[in-house]
Design a binder for this molecule. Structure first.
Ligand code: NAD
Ligand code: IPM
Ligand code: MN
Length: 361
């Protein structure tokens, strides 16, 4: 059987800690796969900048193109976030470069409630219990990449520009896949925009409606303004199935939704490219959280998001929903037994948690 080539980019801060834990889980489940997994490691983010002066090397980009999937930890930190490096977002962030150059336009961020002590989320238990939603974030356009952008000097006056840009085709392909994802879940999409104030929002809403009418009439669709959606997310999270949002709104909505899951350390993600002729897609899996400099190096980060990202890889890149479910159930059981990392009010270390998950597999 053909080997599965995985490029592992642990990155910065807690990235290497949670990725090591996630690889332990992958190693434990690998015998159940019918393909051998070959793992290559490389630097990304600040770690790469210190060694090579760039946040991602061309060689790494080439490795990424030749891989079946990428497992990414986290990147960034106080020393690297504001270096004002020329060349736009892909020069400033290895992750942005990977997303853009691999055309990983679809960022799937599932969020659910977990068996946690009631006081571990800011919500009443009956409000979040059963919540199970997915933020589908457009990942390669919008204000993250629009031109013109920059900080400009006019004598002693400086100004800064970012551009919120969407091409029709970029909205269409995100909507298509979001409806497909919803059709596999509970069949409901809530599309988010600011069509009341933004031109991109107007086009967004129009195209989502067209794609819905033309291809996915069986999926239920509603629209919410982004501000109202954030309110609804904390007021009644159980009403959502798939939330379709642009790059920036999706970023904000998913961190907010992490409060429903109990911690940023509980949110995995998959970033997918367009379907290729052989039916596969370029894919990058990573926790939604960042490098968490405040707790890095202590071995106390919650590895669940990274572990669940491996689960998403088993499902989406290896076609093994059964194994993905096994990983998710193991995480669920470990939490239910009260084995909790510090972000969830417990005292389990990263390795304690990962070892318990492996034991449950
Ligand atoms: P963050 O997600 O790193 O941390 C926010 C808070 O959540 C911190 O208090 C942190 O300790 C906590 N937290 C996050 N993940 C956790 C985990 N797994 N277990 C326990 N606690 C966890 O966001 P930030 O502080 O805004 O950003 C820190 C750095 O990470 C910045 O450089 C930022 O640019 C970068 N960042 C990277 C990514 C990424 O690589 N995908 C995502 C977000 C932020
Ligand atoms: C995320 C992060 C990134 C983003 C940063 C690190 C570029 O916040 O993956 O959610 O804003 O997309
Ligand atoms: Mn984010």
């Amino acid at each position: 059987p053909q080997q599965f080539r995985l490029l592992c980019l642990p990155g910065d801060g807690i990235g290497p800690e949670v990725i090591q834990a996630a690889l332990g889980v992958l190693q434990a489940i690998a015998p159940a796969l019918d393909r051998p997994v070959e793992i290559t490691h490389d630097l990304a983010g600040g770690a790469c900048y210190e060694a090579h002066g760039v946040f991602l090397r061309d060689e790494t980009m080439e490795l990424a193109r030749q891989s079946d999937a990428i497992l990414f930890g986290a990147e960034g930190g106080p020393g690297w976030d504001n270096l004002n490096i020329p060349g736009g977002p892909t020069a400033r962030s290895g992750l942005s470069r990977l997303r853009k150059e691999l055309d990983l336009f679809a960022n799937l961020r599932p969020v659910r409630s977990w068996p946690l002590p009631a006081e571990q989320t800011p919500f009443r238990p009956e409000l979040v219990s059963g919540a199970d939603l997915l933020v589908f974030r457009e990942n390669t356009s919008g204000i993250y990449f629009g031109e013109p952008r920059g900080i400009f000097e006019h004598g002693d006056r400086r100004h800064a520009i970012d551009t919120q840009y969407y091409a029709q085709g970029e909205i269409d392909r995100a909507a298509q896949l979001a409806f497909a994802v919803a059709a596999d879940r509970r069949g409901k999409v809530t599309s988010v925009d600011k069509a009341n104030v933004m031109e991109t929002g107007e086009l967004w809403r129009e195209r989502v409606d067209v794609i819905h009418r033309t291809h996915w009439p069986q999926v239920e669709l509603d629209h919410l303004y982004a501000d109202a959606c954030l309110f609804e997310l904390v007021r009644a999270p159980c009403r959502f199935d798939v939330i379709l949002a642009d790059n920036l709104f999706g970023d904000l909505l998913s961190d907010c939704a992490a409060a429903i899951a109990g911690s940023l350390g509980m949110l995995p993600s998959a970033s997918l490219g367009p379907e290729r002729a052989d039916g596969t897609r370029a894919a990058l899996y990573e926790p939604v959280h960042g490098s968490a400099p405040d707790i890095a190096g202590k071995g106390i980060a919650n590895p669940a998001a990274a572990i669940l990202s491996v689960g998403m890889m088993l499902d989406l890149s290896l076609g093994r929903k059964d194994l993905a479910a096994r990983v998710e159930n193991a995480v669920d059981n470990v939490l239910a037994e009260g084995q909790l990392t510090r972000d969830l009010g417990g005292s389990a270390t990263t390795n304690d948690f990962a070892n318990s998950v492996v034991a449950k597999l």
